[in-house]
Ligand binder design. Structure first.
Ligand code: UN1
Length: 502
């Protein structure tokens, strides 16, 4: 069976109608081999406007469904995902090149957020607030916000949608999803899985969940519509710089999850064996294509020669190739453009005095598939290309002598997503986590930057966009807060002691 046939079989098993992947104008290729695996019909801006209208209508009823009942839909979706985990995971491997455990891991992340959101559906708490006026009560309520536009990227094509969707649904908001054009098949799979949950649920309004597939004009229709209360967008900082101001212009709300130039510090007391394994997954896992991928490593000079040779060996020996036909830990880059950007960055680093291990193309016998050996680059200084995110498996390594320098370099980049320190010294660990330490949305000790659990709020500062998704109280981003003051007395005392007797 060739890959197109397997893809068709998986999509059919997931419940996607044949016309949705056989009769379209958008060709979908697999990065594993570069071959075409499906064609998908695309939507127009007018289709997007229609989807927004449907979502708006759905909102008028969904917002009044009790939140725990809304949670029931998410619970059913989680059940359906459990049943479809293997098929959707496999489709993820084919469509975006993930190794099987990461493909299934992404689906597990979806299941986890469903469980989390079901719990949250009974915990949309507001505060009771002490009032200064006698015979009064003050409280806050959280109400549904409105339709949510989700714009997702190729690298976590379904998990990021599910973080947003599971929370949006329990919060009372319909969703319109624009997936990456590089990953429409897994999106179709998700909608088919959701359709089964909707059927079991019974009385959800039409237009609660919408999918629009296409290019930037579709995204623009979402971003510009005053009926889309919240835009949750994941992708490059360049994209965020366009989306952010456009939504701000109409006073819409955004959750932006943009670039990361994530770094780690390896201190003298670090457990080097553990550090090596953590760095290997953080920097080479998912072929360096996570927004949380470890991209810079500051290693104390006293242990540099103990850690870096071992790391180089790991870079030289890690298995790179098609993860579905072999045991590779590093799959392909998404496309030629990603490979070219990686090569440009490496050339640039070499010019600046960088010593490169790896980085070359690995021939898997497919002209249009781009496998690259991850690159470890020893850099003399924290300057130039090191300060830019390249969405590829490149790890820049730099020696440091005192922690203040390392923390300063750490924070000296545009993005502020994820960070880590490897140390057994609690003073160093606490300093790194303190207000004067890492400036990122995620800061870890003795684990690397990627692979966050859904229970924590996910997102980052500065050019990462400032949004928070997934766990903790990220649900508040999908609701509006109303402060209510109730006078149950027979008097009318004014706040701040103001008198206004007429
Ligand atoms: C992303 O790359 O957009 O922390 C999300 C992680 C995953 C999510 C990454 N849980 O690496």
């Amino acid at each position: 069976m060739n890959m197109a046939e397997e893809t068709a079989q998986l999509l059919a098993r997931l419940g996607v109608a044949k016309a949705a992947y056989t009769s379209g104008d958008l060709a979908v290729t697999s990065p594993l081999t570069g071959e075409e695996i499906a064609t998908v019909p695309t939507d127009s801006p007018a289709d997007t406007t229609a989807a927004i209208k449907n979502a708006k209508t759905a909102f008028s009823t969904w917002r009044s469904v009790p939140a725990p009942r809304r949670g029931e839909l998410v619970r059913l979706f989680g059940e359906e995902l459990r049943a479809a985990k293997q098929d959707l995971g496999r489709l993820l491997s084919i469509e975006v090149g993930k190794i099987p455990s990461e493909g299934e891991g992404e689906v597990q992340e979806m299941i986890d957020i469903c469980d989390f959101a079901v719990g949250i559906s009974r915990q949309l708490y507001g505060l009771t607030i002490a009032t200064e006026r006698p015979g009064h009560r003050m409280m806050e309520q959280w109400h549904p916000l409105g339709p949510v536009g989700v714009i997702s990227a190729f690298n976590f094509p379904v998990a990021v949608w599910s973080w947003n969707t599971a929370l949006a649904l329990v919060c009372g908001d319909p969703v319109i999803w624009k997936p990456s054009e590089k990953a429409p098949l897994t999106a179709l799979g998700c909608m088919a899985i959701m359709a089964r949950a909707l059927e079991k649920f019974g009385d959800a309004p039409e237009g609660l969940l919408n999918l629009v597939i296409g290019a930037g004009d579709i995204g623009a229709a979402l971003v510009e519509s005053p009926d889309v209360a919240l835009i949750s967008a994941t992708g490059s900082t360049r994209m965020g710089k366009i989306v952010g101001p456009k939504v701000a212009e109409r006073f819409g709300r955004v959750i932006l999850e943009l670039g990361g130039n994530n770094a780690g510090i390896v201190a003298p007391s670090a457990d080097l064996d553990m550090t090596l394994r953590a760095v290997a997954f953080g920097a080479m896992g998912t072929a360096g294509q996570r927004c949380t991928t470890l991209r810079r490593l500051f290693v104390h000079s006293s242990i540099y020669d103990k850690l870096v040779p071992g790391l180089k060996k790991a870079y030289q020996s890690v298995s790179v190739g098609n993860p579905l036909t072999g045991e590779a830990l590093v799959g392909p880059l998404i496309d030629k453009q990603a490979f070219d950007q990686m090569q440009d960055a490496l050339a640039n680093a070499k010019e600046a005095g960088g010593k490169v291990t790896g980085g070359e193309r690995v021939d898997e016998g497919h002209a249009d598939a781009y496998y690259a050996r991850p690159a470890l680059v020893e850099m003399p200084k924290h300057e130039g290309i090191v300060r830019q995110e390249t969405f590829a498996p490149i790890l820049y390594v730099i020696k440091y002598d005192n922690l203040e320098d390392a923390v300063r370099w750490h924070n000296e980049v545009g993005a502020g997503l994820s960070s880590c320190i490897f140390t057994l010294d609690m003073q160093e660990a606490e300093l790194f986590l303190s207000a004067a330490g890492s400036d990122c949305g995620i800061a870890n000790v003795n684990i690397a930057t990627s692979g966050a659990e859904i229970g924590g709020a996910f997102g980052g500062e500065k050019e990462t966009g400032g949004g928070r998704e997934s766990g903790s109280d990220a649900w508040k981003g999908y609701m509006r807060r109303a402060t209510n003051t109730i006078n149950y007395s027979k008097e009318l005392p004014l706040a701040q002691g103001v008198s206004f007797d007429i």
